[in-house]
Design a binder for this molecule. Structure first.
Ligand code: ZN
Length: 326
């Protein structure tokens, strides 16, 4: 009888521990926290704050368009197994938003990093039809707010390392403040009249506000709707009448339309910008890794400022760009 009681107590304790293990996390067992992030920018932010305490799996690699991305069967498995999930939010991940909302209702730690951005700093351009613009990462200072959401999310899932997350989070915010200062100084190399940025889709509104550029995107809020011919003709007129010297293609949007507009307007394609995805990890350009958020920001600003400042003739510059791509 006594033995039976002892056994049943042990069993109850055992099942309690198992239950705790399942609702808590890998970190409780000394393993890194299993984190799933959607875009590469979010994955980078989580890695910076989490350090060795997290193992981050990003769902969307280089060149992937989050507006159109649908979760694959293996993504769903990863999401189900994750201890914590971070996504951009503000409907950037258009086709996955419902999935995250549902998961957040269950036991999951699910967080949108843009929830930490003060809402009075969010843009709501008319073209976005009543929605906030989700492309917050283009303003480095604004994106730094996301570190708060990551610190809170990781600490809630793994309270044992709360202090580490706070310290690493503060270091990340400091690094981002330095990057923002670098970006401001880089933009200042260009006179205000030359700061006109023409790209494929309306991703750069935050960039424009932060670094003083007038921004014109061919497609609206997302890449879902393709550019109409009337819009293309209007853009060609605009480029000609404003003396814009170069326009830009984006890594996660097909290039054909922008190339056609450049041809019609008699300007050059000034280079490829990263918009909704970072570059390939390990690909180094001027000493920075294009597969990091820092590399993405530096590549974009260097490319934009370089092309708009440049006095190369359209034909020569076009040749330089395509030679570089080979
Ligand atoms: Zn976008």
């Amino acid at each position: 009888m006594r033995m039976n009681r002892f056994m049943s107590l042990l069993l109850r304790r055992g099942s309690l521990m198992l239950a705790l293990g399942s609702v808590c996390c890998a970190a409780a067992w000394g393993k890194p926290l299993r984190v799933v992030a959607t875009t590469s920018m979010v994955a980078d932010l989580v890695s910076q704050v989490g350090g060795a305490h997290v193992k981050v799996a990003g769902l969307m690699g280089p060149g992937v368009d989050p507006h159109l991305y649908k979760a694959t069967a293996s993504d769903v498995v990863k999401l189900q197994r994750a201890d914590v999930i971070f996504y951009n939010g503000l409907l950037l991940e258009g086709k996955m938003t419902d999935l995250f909302t549902k998961m957040a209702r269950t036991k999951k730690h699910v967080y949108a990093v843009t929830d930490a951005v003060p809402s009075d700093r969010l843009l709501e351009p008319p073209a976005f039809e009543g929605h906030y613009d989700p492309h917050v990462w283009f303003d480095v200072k604004l994106w730094a707010h996301g570190a708060r959401a990551v610190i809170e999310g990781l600490s809630a899932a793994d309270p044992a390392h709360k202090e580490d997350y706070a310290a690493r989070g503060a270091a990340t915010e400091k690094k981002l403040a330095e990057l923002h200062a670098w970006a401001l100084a880089k933009a200042d190399e260009l006179p205000a009249a030359k700061r006109i940025l023409v790209t494929s889709h309306d991703a750069y509104n935050y960039f424009g506000r932060a670094y003083g550029f007038k921004v014109i995107g061919l497609q609206g809020i997302s890449t879902v709707s393709e550019a109409a011919l009337a819009d293309m003709a209007k853009l060609v007129d605009y480029i000609k009448s404003h003396g814009v010297k170069a326009i830009f293609v984006e890594s996660s949007v097909p290039h054909a339309t922008i190339k056609r507009i450049a041809q019609d307007a008699g300007v050059r394609v000034g280079g490829e910008l990263f918009s909704d995805a970072m570059g390939t990890p390990g690909e180094i350009e001027n000493g920075y890794d294009l597969g990091t958020y820092e590399g993405m920001v530096k590549h974009n600003l260097t490319t934009i400022v370089g092309a708009l400042k440049s006095v190369l003739s359209p034909i020569r510059a076009h040749r330089v760009f395509f030679m570089k791509r080979r």
